[in-house]
Design a protein around this ligand. Structure first.
Ligand SMILES: Cc1cc2nc3c(=O)[nH]c(=O)nc-3n(C[C@H](O)[C@H](O)[C@H](O)COP(=O)(O)O)c2cc1C
Length: 200
């Protein structure tokens, strides 16, 4: 399979919206790695830029299809997710899970995630956001997304990042492994989606 002629659209989602959050720093570093990788056209989507209603419509997006009443406030987010070939979710850990903002963004969408690969970059205290990622893997599977095995986890980021960069010299290699897997799946799944509608 030759995917070299076509860049994959990679959407990097900043999952936290908290005042004073660290998420944009992590997302910016990941976006630089993805740009440098060469296979991707990268877009960073910051959930803090959207009004994310918690009250969902009566009919879930899975059932409503094209009739799903997306609020106008979400239109740019929905458009970005719809056009993506791959995702990276950048998430902190809140009470051993991921933030409500990220759950709201996920739940407002359905087909936008299906048959597309998702990588995770997490950060937090001692566990580095691993509880958040375990929960996200579970949720994204329900949405027919394909979670890639390799990701990045930054424990105690307040000690292990300096001037917007992780101090761990291995981080570059971990990022490359995740991006390689995302590119492979993005190509395989884009071709598969084009060949036949996903039966989910
Ligand atoms: C409500 C809340 C709960 C948190 N719970 C955890 C936790 O369970 N495990 C952890 O490692 N860090 C936890 N933290 C620390 C966050 O991981 C840390 O504050 C991180 O910076 C949050 O990401 P953000 O700055 O992008 O919002 C929590 C922080 C908040 C605000």
């Amino acid at each position: 399979m030759d995917n070299t002629a076509h860049a994959f659209k990679l959407v990097i989602v900043v999952g936290s919206v908290r005042e004073g959050r660290f998420g944009p720093t992590v997302a910016s570093w990941v976006a630089d790695r993805a740009d440098a990788h060469g296979a991707f056209e990268v877009e960073v989507v910051d959930l803090a830029d959207f009004d994310l209603p918690l009250a969902l419509p009566a009919v879930p997006p899975k059932m409503a299809g094209d009739a799903y009443p997306f609020p106008d406030s979400l239109a740019p987010l929905t458009e970005a997710l719809s056009g993506a070939d791959a995702f990276i979710l950048v998430t902190p850990e809140y009470n051993h899970s991921y933030p409500a903002s990220l759950k709201a963004a996920i739940d407002w969408h359905f087909t936008q995630w299906a048959a597309k690969p998702v990588g995770f970059v997490s950060y937090g205290g001692a566990a580095g956001g691993r509880h958040a990622v375990l929960h996200l893997e579970n949720v994204l599977t329900e949405l027919h997304a394909v979670t890639v095995r390799d990701g990045l986890s930054f424990p105690n980021y307040f000690f292990t990042w300096e001037d917007g960069l992780p101090r761990d010299p291995e981080a570059e290699g971990y990022a490359k492994a995740m991006l390689e897997q995302l590119a492979w799946w993005a190509g395989a799944l884009r071709a598969a989606r084009a060949a036949a509608p996903y039966p989910g």
